[in-house]
Design a protein around this ligand. Sequence first.
Ligand code: ADP
Ligand code: MG
Length: 557
Amino acid sequence: VGDATSHVFKTETQKLLHIVANSLYSEKEVFVRELVSNAADALEKLRYMRMSGATSDAAGDAPLEIRLFVDPEAKTFTIQDTGVGMTEQELNDHLGTIARSGSKSFIERLEESGNKNADAREKIIGQFGVGFYSSFMVGDRVRVYTRSAQPDAKGYCWSSDGTGAYTIAEAEHVDVGTKIVVELRDQCLEFADRAKIEGIVFKYSNFVGFPIYLNGKKINTVEALWTMASGDKSSISDEQHTEFYRFVASTWDRPRFRLHYKTDAPLSINSLLYVPGNHAEQFGMERMDPGVSLYSRKVLIQSKSAALLPGWLRFVKGVIDSEDIPLNLSREMLQDSALIKRLRDVMTQRICKWLEEEARRNPEKYNLFARDFGVFLKEGVCTDASHKDAIGKLLRFESSALEKGKVTSFKEYIARMPESQAAIYYLCVPNREYGDESPYSERFKQQNIEILYLYDSVDEFVMHNLGQVADKPLVSIDSQEALKALTTEQPDAADVKAGQLTDDQADTLATWMLGQLGTTLSTVKPSKRLVSHPAIVVDPESPTLRRMMQMVSSSNK
Ligand code: ADP
Ligand code: MG
């Protein structure tokens, strides 16, 4: 080992390390998975480089594999891979700073949760994982020996006790790839135990596409879960699915739904997809990265590919393997590839159908999904024009025909519609009470016309984008268009209150009102539409006025 240069960790990294090292995190064993998955990533990268011929490869044709060694006497846990390795620059970039996306807000959230709330911290750590740094949960010193697969790369040793600083020194006799030696803390010696490590690795051995050896003995069966014959689908246990999901999604929750979809036409597709239990955006974190990786014949083409599914489906996790994708398709080309567009379209349709099936299978469970992930569906309606109708079927809303808290689909709404009704009616309101008591809904309810209540500020925009559902236009009941729905008959004589204005008197009043409010209103018309309210504002087209009124009414509260 040559002269060492010292470096301090970037601030966020220091914070994260501090949190990790002092964490009571009960499942310390996650560090094994994190290191194994980094090794697998490094091997995937090297395999891809070899296949696409993108770079010459100093590693020659060394087998792609992961070797673990545990030594109870030396109190070490070691993991070695024959992957891409790291240059000095990469060591600084990747192990001196937090490379993971979203990690900044992750730390902010951890800080927010404060020191008192250990439970919340554990949850957040558990939710997102902490990658390489998790090795400091069990180790009080970690050394990384690495040599990049790039030609003429030198070997280096990175070392740190996980507090403020790390050193990097040139090192002799380092093989291409990476070897990480974790010096275990005294209270973590269980991770020098072979049986213990074998048990941990076994949990997700099926998903690591490379052989894993433990003290020289091969301990996994290399089989990509998604390529198991469809007849064998049921041979994948729930537990395996959960572990696989956790592996691909780098998370620790359980998936809500899963889809194992295999087809040969129009493209050959073998996919295993999951809808997560939680999503980071619901905790106020930044926009999530895509969650589905593209494979071809079990070779990773692009991890968490942004080209593979439309942005609104970023909450879906898993793997899509298509033999039709040529291995040498460069990653830069993916976005523009006609084949990928085709794949994206087929998969998007299939995912919409899948969610519809889930809704049919278990409506209660689905409605919880629609509540927690509805924001993505709505984004889809507004951004994915070619699938908006399919996505529209997945939306759920409260309705004047149902009790509070129950939701309906458009389809169910349409099934309840009398034949004479031409449109689907809705009203954007802050909550159910506003909906039920709104002067706009009064006559509709009296005439037994169902109203969907929309509570999200984006809903107006969503309806606008959808335009119609099953040929039924979507009409806001505070628009002039909605008046057509109401019967034009005069109210029954019995309804006419004593002292009602004559038509002439009503016109005079209208003219007077317009004179008073002429700068904010374009017309004032007498109407038979209202039952117990004296006047309402009808919006000819723009939702702006309504928003203003909402703001006014909420600021008056
Ligand atoms: P993530 O895997 O989510 O990027 P990690 O903290 O686990 O975050 O790893 C940080 C980075 O360090 C990786 O993205 C990778 O560039 C690099 N790295 C970690 N382990 C290895 C390894 N065994 N071989 C090559 N690079 C690695
Ligand atoms: Mg990682």
